[in-house]
Design a binder for this molecule. Structure first.
Ligand code: HPA
Length: 271
């Protein structure tokens, strides 16, 4: 808690009266939304006390403060993953700092593998629920800070925001927006066919290596969350192809404009 406060105080001293309303986390290959921000302040993670470094080369590592659609946002361009060797507390640290800076809503994105055979590469999936239990740890273990000991998870992803996002998609005739359950794993290896089959049987529509720890912490602090997965590769056992990271990044880039539009309009509406 002391380190969280220290980091929030460091940033507050730099940003003065700027209070972010929205927190945004941009996932693998999804950095472009950052280009839509009228930047007021930006900090490489290496300059922020108590932040760790994003070690994946296609993740930029900076925290941006600025305006989108006239609203104040704070945006993580690049996030931290468990597979990088960080603890769950380190991964979710920025979300706690964002709460102290004043965010009222968290928009979060990731690249994910599609388990639902009706999905296609470069579709977007609104996350309407998640399965956290494949993660070997949990950010809420240990001393309880900043929220409930036993946080409710009956609506981890705000139904109100999901409805708005679907309305935005309908208005723009977007047909690539799907909806489903995200299951989180540690990675970094991709899954076997047997694992994809198991995850599908358990009710998941997409699988990825991030997001759930941040969402658990945000919900524990009572922050409404909207999450989107970009389906970068299909993970149906019968037709599974060899995964190529360059293809995954390319498919994320194809979906990026649609994700950017939905995030921008949600922010414009103030949610
Ligand atoms: N598995 C886990 N994470 C992923 C995948 C996958 O198939 N694709 C993109 N991120």
């Amino acid at each position: 808690m002391q380190r969280i406060t220290e980091t929030a105080e460091f940033l507050k001293a730099k940003i003065g009266s700027f209070v972010p309303q929205f927190g945004i986390v941009l996932g693998t290959g999804l950095g472009k939304l950052a280009e839509e921000i009228e930047i007021e302040f930006e900090f490489p993670y290496s300059e922020i006390p108590n932040f760790v470094e994003a070690t994946v080369e296609f993740h930029k590592s900076r925290l941006i403060f600025g305006k989108i659609s006239g609203k104040n946002v704070v945006c993580m361009q690049g996030r931290f993953h468990y597979y990088e060797g960080y603890s769950m507390a380190e991964i979710t640290f920025p979300i706690r700092v964002m709460k102290l800076l004043g965010i009222e809503c968290l928009l979060i994105s990731n690249a994910a593998g599609g388990l639902n055979p009706s999905f296609q590469e470069s579709d977007l999936m609104i996350i309407n629920d998640h399965i956290s239990q494949f993660l070997p740890s949990n950010p809420l273990l240990g001393a309880n800070i900043m929220g409930d000991r036993f946080p409710d998870m009956s609506e981890p992803y705000s139904l109100q925001i999901i409805t708005k996002a679907k309305q935005i998609a309908a208005r723009h005739n977007i047909t690539t927006l799907k909806e489903g359950v995200y299951v989180s794993v540690t990675g970094p290896q991709l899954e076997t066919k047997a694992e994809y089959r198991m995850m599908r049987m358990l009710g998941a529509d997409a699988v990825g290596m991030s997001t759930v720890p941040e969402v658990i912490v945000a919900r524990q602090m009572n922050i409404p969350v909207f999450g989107v997965s970009v389906i970068t590769d299909m993970c149906v056992p019968e037709t599974l192809q060899v995964a190529e990271i360059s293809k995954i990044i390319g498919n994320a880039a194809k979906a990026e404009p649609v994700m950017t539009l939905i995030f921008k309009e949600l922010i414009a509406e103030g949610i």
